[in-house]
Design a protein around this ligand. Structure first.
Ligand code: UTP
Length: 297
């Protein structure tokens, strides 16, 4: 029987330079869409997919992230005294059981592949998921859950994929498709951030992966790839050559690139409009804003 995927790696050691100066002292993953930090969306998605062990690859200056998952006795006592059970319940969802969460340090930001490799001893010989919290996916069924269900049929390695305009190819890892089976595609190659004219397809990899321990062995070689970084894409591409068991999965849902300012703003608007307590006031404001913009033209 296929091993269940119960471990997930959350690489959060990047410098977040696109959000400076905010990220000088706040980890990007703590920044919030409305009132929920990016990392909480990632954790909720992982839990829904059956993940039981949460492995964070962090770096210097990410202490706020560790505190976020801890209990907050003073805050909780105050809320209890005031009888605010709703907020107490909200806080409860943010704390992790002892032993459920592990933090590892990536000493130097050598790339996503290197960050994943840092967790090799905790993964040992099991399949595992990787979730990039910058990619927030709004979906009826959480994206990782969709992938785990598909993985139950395929095994091997699976990456979340979505169509992107050719001009954006240089921002992503792109799939070279062997066979297109609809939601699922089998993959014969992967290339990280190609020149748009060399893109093998318009199917880009985004931040959800289910991987075999072989990927960690490939990362042992510490190959330096695009942008001078150790790329996860390269380790997966090596696996395609060796075992031909890599799949792309066209997930159902909308992905927001919250690692970029534009994407973060779009997500803020989309999630704000989803909220019952904010919807009326916020949509009226947006409506007036657009109307005023049109009138000024
Ligand atoms: P990004 O490419 O978004 O880099 O990393 P970044 O450093 O977070 O942000 P910018 O580009 O400087 O604004 C994608 C994911 O990989 C992690 C990041 O934390 C993010 O979740 N990462 C990247 C690491 O954990 N370590 C690295 O060395 C690089």
């Amino acid at each position: 029987m296929r091993n269940k995927v119960i471990k997930a790696i959350f690489p959060v050691a990047g410098l977040g330079t696109r959000f400076l100066p905010a990220t000088k002292s706040i980890p990007k993953e703590i920044m919030s869409l409305v009132d929920k930090p990016l990392i909480q969306y990632a954790i909720d998605e992982a839990r829904a997919a059956g993940i039981k062990e949460f492995i964070f690859v962090t770096s210097r200056g990410k202490g706020a992230l560790e505190d976020y998952f801890d209990s907050a006795p003073q805050l909780e006592a105050t809320l209890r005294r005031k009888g605010n059970t709703e907020l107490l319940q909200t806080l409860k969802q943010t704390t992790m059981e002892s032993g459920e969460i592990a933090y590892l340090r990536q000493r130097d930001a050598l790339g996503l592949g290197h960050a994943v490799w840092c967790a090799r001893r905790l993964i040992a010989n099991e399949p595992f998921a990787v979730i990039l919290p910058d990619d927030v996916i709004a979906a009826e069924k959480p994206c990782l859950q969709q992938m785990i269900e598909a993985y139950a049929e395929t095994g091997g390695n699976m990456v979340a994929a979505m169509e992107v305009p050719q001009s954006d190819a240089c921002k992503y890892g792109l799939l070279d498709v062997k066979e297109d089976l609809g939601r699922l595609v089998s993959v014969k190659g992967m290339v990280e951030k190609p020149d748009p004219k060399d893109a093998p397809s318009n199917l880009a990899v985004i931040g959800r992966y289910i991987l075999t321990p072989n990927i960690l062995r490939n990362l042992n070689k510490k190959m330096v790839g695009a942008g001078g970084e150790i790329q996860l894409t390269d380790a997966i591409a090596t696996e395609i050559e060796a075992s031909d068991n890599v799949y792309g999965y066209r997930f159902e849902g909308t992905r927001f690139d919250c690692g970029s300012k534009g994407g973060f703003l779009k997500a803020t608007v989309a999630f704000g409009l989803e909220r019952e307590d904010l919807r009326d006031e916020f949509s009226e404001y947006l409506h007036d804003l657009v109307g005023a913009g049109k009138a000024a033209q």
